[in-house]
Design a protein around this ligand. Structure first.
Ligand SMILES: *Cc1c(COP(=O)(O)O)cnc(C)c1O
Length: 398
C-alpha cells in the first residue's frame, strides 16, 4: 500500500498562503470569542500556557508543590511540572475510559497538592465536573488540559471554563496552528491578569521568534500531500525502521521549555486562519460521525465518541481494539502506509525511558492498556472515502 501522497495524522486546519499576508488582526480576541469567554491569553506553546497556570497557582499557595496529571498524557505535561521545580504525581484512567479513575485520583490527593489536570484527549471532552466534585473545598486548582480539543463544548459552553484555568495548544497538527503556540483562559479574570503579568515579563527572544516565523512559513508551504511525505512521512519511516516508536510520533522532547512571547506576525497569521476554524470543525464533525458508523460495524472495536451533553471535535478517530496483538497487526500494515493511521502516545507516562527521572514509577494498568490497544485514524479532509474504506478493510481482516 505505497502511495506518493501522505495524509497528515490529524485534521489540522489547512493553512493558506494568504494567511501569511496578514492584515492586523486580534488572535486573543478571535479565540476568546470562539471559546465563549471575555478574554484569552496567547502564549508561545501549550506547555508554556500550563506553566503560566501552575506558576499563578503556586504564587497563591506557595506551600503546595504537587501536580496530579493523568497517566496517559503528553510527555510535555510532565516536563512542564518538572521545569517549574514542582513534583509530579500521576493517577490512572478509569478502565477503557479517557477520564481519571476517581479512586485513583482520590488516592493521590492530600494537602500538598497544588493542582489537578483533567485532560481532554483527541478532541473528546473529559468529565471535569467529576474532578471538581472530588477536589471540592480542598483549595486545589483545577487546570483543564484542552491541548487536543480546541473548539469542543460541554452543555453548549466552550471547554476550559469548568475548572479554574483551561489551556489549548496551537502546535503544528493540533487544529489551529501558529507552528508553536498556546492559549490560556480562566473563569476568574484575576487569574488571567496574574498570568498576563507573568507573561509580560517574559523576553521577546527575537532570534528565536524569527526561527518560529520561518517554521510557520515552512509549515504553510509543506502542509500538503506531496511535501508531507518528505516532511512527516520520511522521518516517521526512518524512526520505525530503527524500532523507535517514540521518535516516530515525535514524543521525545528536551527537558527545557522555551518561554517567550509569540510575535505579532505569527499571531496575525493565526488570526487569519482562525476565521475558518468554526466551519472547518463543523465539516470534520459531519465526516467523523458518518465514519464512526462504518467503524462500529467491525467486531471487536471501540471508538471514543461524545457522551450526553458533550460536543467534542474530531482531529482523529481514536480507536481501541480488543487486543494489543491485533492493534500491532493493524499498525504493521497501516502506520507507514501514508494513510494517516498512527498512535496518540506510545506509552503511559511511567513507561517512557526518557521520563524516568521525573515520573513516579507506579502501576497504571488502564493507561498502559489504552497505550497498548489504541490507534488513531486521521480525520483530515485529505483522507478520502476510498482511503478510509481501505483502512476499515485492514482492521476487518486483522
Ligand atoms: C500537545 C499537548 C500538550 C503540549 O502542547 P504544546 O503546544 O505542544 O506545548 C499538552 N497536553 C496535551 C494533552 C497535548 O497533546
Amino acid at each position: 500500500m505505497r502511495r506518493l501522497a501522505e495524509i497528515p495524522p490529524t485534521a489540522g486546519l489547512p493553512p493558506r498562503l494568504s494567511d501569511l499576508f496578514a492584515s492586523r488582526r486580534d488572535l486573543p480576541g478571535e479565540l476568546s470569542t470562539q471559546l465563549g469567554t471575555a478574554r484569552a491569553l496567547v502564549t508561545c506553546s501549550g506547555t508554556a500556557a500550563l506553566m503560566l497556570a501552575l506558576r499563578v497557582a503556586h504564587q497563591r499557595q506557595p506551600r503546595r508543590d504537587v501536580v496530579v496529571v493523568p497517566a496517559f498524557t503528553c510527555p510535555l505535561v510532565a516536563i512542564a511540572v518538572h521545569a517549574l521545580g514542582l513534583r509530579l504525581r500521576i493517577a490512572d484512567l478509569a478502565r477503557d475510559s479517557l477520564d481519571f479513575d476517581p479512586d485513583a485520583l482520590r488516592a493521590q490527593l492530600d494537602d500538598r497538592v497544588l493542582a489537578v489536570v483533567p485532560t481532554h484527549l483527541g478532541g473528546r471532552v473529559t468529565d471535569v465536573a467529576a474532578v471538581n466534585r472530588i477536589v471540592a473545598d480542598s483549595g486545589i486548582t483545577v487546570i483543564e488540559d484542552a491541548a487536543q480539543s480546541l473548539g469542543a463544548t460541554i452543555e453548549d459552553r466552550g471547554i476550559g471554563l469548568a475548572g479554574d484555568i483551561g489551556f489549548f495548544s496551537l502546535a503544528a497538527g493540533k487544529g489551529l496552528s501558529t507552528y508553536e503556540g498556546g492559549v490560556v483562559i480562566a473563569r476568574d479574570p484575576a487569574w488571567l491578569d496574574a498570568m498576563q503579568a507573568l507573561q509580560d515579563d517574559l523576553p521577546k527572544q527575537a532570534a528565536f521568534e524569527r526561527r518560529r516565523c520561518i517554521e510557520l512559513f515552512g509549515y504553510t508551504l509543506f502542509y500538503r500531500p506531496l511535501p508531507m511525505r518528505w516532511a512527516y512521512g520520511l522521518p516517521l519511516r526512518r524512526a520505525l525502521k530503527r524500532h523507535d516508536p517514540v521518535g516516530a510520533i515525535g514524543d521525545r522532547f528536551p527537558l527545557e521549555v522555551p518561554l517567550h512571547r509569540m510575535g505579532e506576525w505569527r499571531q496575525d497569521v493565526g488570526a487569519n486562519a482562525a476565521q475558518r476554524l468554526p466551519q472547518f470543525l463543523g465539516e470534520r464533525r459531519a465526516c467523523a460521525l458518518s465514519r464512526l458508523e462504518r467503524l462500529r460495524a467491525i467486531p471487536g472495536i471501540h471508538i471514543y465518541a461524545d457522551r450526553a451533553g458533550e460536543r467534542g471535535v474530531w482531529p482523529i478517530l481514536l480507536v481501541r481494539l480488543d487486543s494489543e496483538h491485533r492493534r500491532d497487526a493493524v499498525l504493521d500494515r497501516l502506520w507507514t502506509s501514508g494513510l494517516g493511521v498512527s498512535r496518540m502516545f506510545i506509552h503511559a507516562l511511567p513507561d517512557y525511558a526518557e521520563l524516568r527521572d521525573i515520573v513516579p514509577r507506579q502501576q497504571c494498568p488502564n493507561a498502559a492498556d489504552l497505550a497498548a490497544r489504541s490507534l488513531t485514524i486521521s480525520n483530515s479532509p485529505r483522507l478520502g472515502d476510498g482511503d478510509f474504506e481501505a483502512i476499515c478493510r485492514v482492521i476487518e481482516a486483522s
